[in-house]
Write a protein that binds this ligand. Structure first.
Ligand code: F6R
Length: 620
């Protein structure tokens, strides 16, 4: 959450930082700001409430010029989105510019002490204490780097912090504390750039040749970036050597590919996302699953007693589907739990537990903390994540990457499909290794999976038809999503998608639970979306649909092609192609994504950047 960009080089810093912030806007968009050091060494600050576009030089008038600066796009934690609370923050003498992502847990204590010694605060943020701490270090006679490091040692909590100083040489100092908020550092042809994520590097890449080498800061590491290069230190000030990594243009490209929104592009990309997740893992020729990256040898799989799947939000819903796959195909007791709950329990896990963390970003603070807990308890730790340089990938014993490409829309879509695909593969792999699935059963399941991308493509061929339905039902103020078995998790995901991008109240419920309470809500003003594909539970869900209709509720139902009987019971039938049962959660997801997208569009909502949200939730 929050995006940071810092630049030092020969070019004009403002457009590079501005473009970088635009590319990081998915991390937060409550306010934004840029500070630039001009040719005389003076610092200039510009801030806006709301999106980064408020810093567009054409709106602002002349932007300050200079070849050193830093910027920030904010997801508010401490203090409302306001001009005063926008980053960069500074000190009493406006010598320091500092931006921050994370939470300073001891900021009240720091602020009290600093205020008592005469520092005057301008904002309600926790961040501002950090710039005053740097100022305090400078007034003690420390160099900027020493003062920055001293500040870092005083801060509690997980944070990414970047600062620079008036005077034309910088440098830019960047620090990562704990496991929240990544920092990537690149140096390329006399230009240094610091950013929260790779896409912010593109403006520098575009003007240079070749690809830069980058360093990813670990917790407790600091980078000092100048025109001459990058130096790395630990928190004690000892120099450290980091292995630079090459990144390609594909790693940094962010492009809507001609679609109106990233979310729509990412929905339309789902056949490719599923294909990429299957590549080298599903051996279609031999009917087998191979999982390079799985952390246990086949001989140890038989000894597993439990699988615990953890994640947050959409990734939690993937975990819930994964639980069904694993119990059904591998025969191992499995449970799915919100990482934010798991981490605060004392879960009964040990060496015979496989903990599977699921996350698009691999940086979600609660998921990462839950992984640390699982590690302490001796469980084997597998992560399914999209971001290969993430905390999750580093902590886990093994990783199965989604390979979905960058997901920019704040609402997760394609990475949900990737997660389900990999969980399906994992369940087959475990089931075969434990002898529950023989070769023939494994081959049948692998054949079924091979149909997935094509079936999704068939569904996407009808993508535009959801617009009409959105116009018919988008005015309902309340939605109830119902499903049974794995479809209960898809119902929860459908409700989450709708509420987060359209701001309509929506609940996802196991259909069998409806009569235990939610049925009281049914009236002509409530729209129910029921998932009743052709599976063993279809008849049960159909009974629930009838109960809703008997109470004059409006029903949209996701059914299997040709199910005229169910279609005649509902107001708005939506169809998925006939498909093997275990592929149905993937297929029923797609109509719900498209419906939410078109409802949000119809309501004039900001589909890619819904209010109050951010793409990676690095605060607890
Ligand atoms: C919903 C959504 C969020 C994320 C959640 C976890 O569309 O995107 O609910 O799923 O914040 O994020 P990751 O998967 O990065 O751990």
């Amino acid at each position: 959450m929050c995006g940071i960009v810092g630049y030092v080089g020969q070019d004009d810093a403002w457009p590079i930082i501005y473009e970088g912030l635009k590319r990081l806007e998915y991390r937060g968009y409550d306010s934004a700001g840029i500070a630039v050091v001009d040719d005389t060494g003076a610092l200039h600050f510009r801030k806006t409430v709301g999106k980064v576009s408020g810093l567009d030089a054409s709106i602002l008038g002349a932007a300050p010029r200079g070849s050193l600066g830093l910027g920030h796009t904010r997801w508010a934690t401490h203090g409302a989105p306001s001009h005063a609370n926008a980053h960069p923050h500074t000190d009493c003498s406006s010598r320091v510019a500092l931006v921050h992502n994370g939470i300073v847990e001891n900021y009240l204590e720091l602020k009290r002490r600093l205020t008592a010694s005469g520092h005057v605060f301008q904002s309600e943020t926790d961040t501002e204490a950090l710039s005053h701490l740097v100022e305090e270090g400078l007034s003690l006679g420390l160099s900027f780097e020493e003062a920055f490091l001293r500040m870092g040692r005083m801060v509690k909590g997980s944070s990414a912090i970047t600062a620079t100083l008036q005077g034309e040489d910088g440098p830019i100092c960047a620090l990562r504390l704990g496991y929240a908020g990544g920092i990537v550092v690149a140096h390329h042809e006399g230009q240094g750039i610091v950013a929260s994520d790779l896409p912010a590097l593109l403006p520098v890449l575009e003007h240079g040749s070749g690809t830069p080498s980058v360093g990813f800061l670990e917790g407790g590491e600091m980078a000092v970036v100048s025109r001459d290069g990058v130096r790395y230190f630990d928190l004690d000030g000892n120099a450290i050597v980091k292995q630079p990594r090459r990144v390609s243009r594909d790693d940094v490209l962010v492009d809507k590919g001609g679609y109106r929104h990233f979310m729509l592009k990412e929905i339309m990309d789902q056949p490719q996302a599923m294909t990429a997740a299957l590549r080298d893992r599903a051996d279609f020729a031999n009917g087998r699953v191979e999982l390079p990256g799985f952390p246990l040898p086949p001989s140890a799989i038989g000894a597993l007693e439990r699988v615990v799947l953890i994640g947050c939000g959409t990734s939690l819903h993937a975990a819930q589907v994964g639980r069904h796959y694993i119990e059904r195909l591998a025969g191992i007791p499995a449970e799915a739990e919100s990482a934010s709950e798991f981490r605060y329990r004392d879960p009964l896990i040990g060496p015979r537990t496989l903990v599977v963390s699921i996350g698009q970003s691999g940086e979600t603070a609660d998921t990462v903390a839950a992984m640390h807990l699982a590690r302490e308890k001796g469980a084997t730790l597998l992560t399914i994540c999209n971001a290969e340089e993430s905390q999750a990938a580093r902590i886990a014993d093994g990783a199965l990457y989604m390979r979905a490409g960058l997901e920019v829309g704040v609402a997760s879509t394609k990475t949900f499909i990737s997660s389900l695909t990999i969980l399906h593969l994992l369940a087959i792999y475990l089931g075969h290794a434990r002898g529950r699935l023989d070769d023939a059963a494994t081959r049948r399941l692998v054949d079924e999976l091979s149909r997935g991308p094509g079936l999704i493509s068939d569904l996407l061929g009808e993508a535009d038809s959801y617009r009409d339905l959105a116009y018919r039902i988008g005015h309902y103020g309340n939605f109830l999503f119902l499903g049974r078995g794995a479809s209960a998790a898809i119902a929860a995901e459908g409700a989450l998608k709708l509420k987060e991008i359209s701001y309509i109240h929506a609940e996802g419920y196991p259909a069998g639970e409806m009569k235990h309470g939610p049925i009281a809500l049914i009236d002509p003003g409530m729209c129910t979306v029921a998932l009743a594909p052709n599976d063993v539970l279809r008849d049960k869900t159909l009974s629930n649909i009838k109960e809703v209709k008997a109470r004059h509720g409006v029903v949209v139902a996701v059914l299997t092609d040709g199910d005229d009987e169910a279609a005649s019971e509902v107001d708005y039938p939506l169809f998925i192609p006939e498909a093997p049962e275990l592929l149905q959660p993937i297929l029923t997801t797609v109509p719900l994504q498209l419906l939410s997208y078109h409802i949000a569009l119809m309501l004039g909502c900001d589909v890619d950047q819904p209010r109050n949200l951010a793409k990676s939730v690095t605060v607890e």
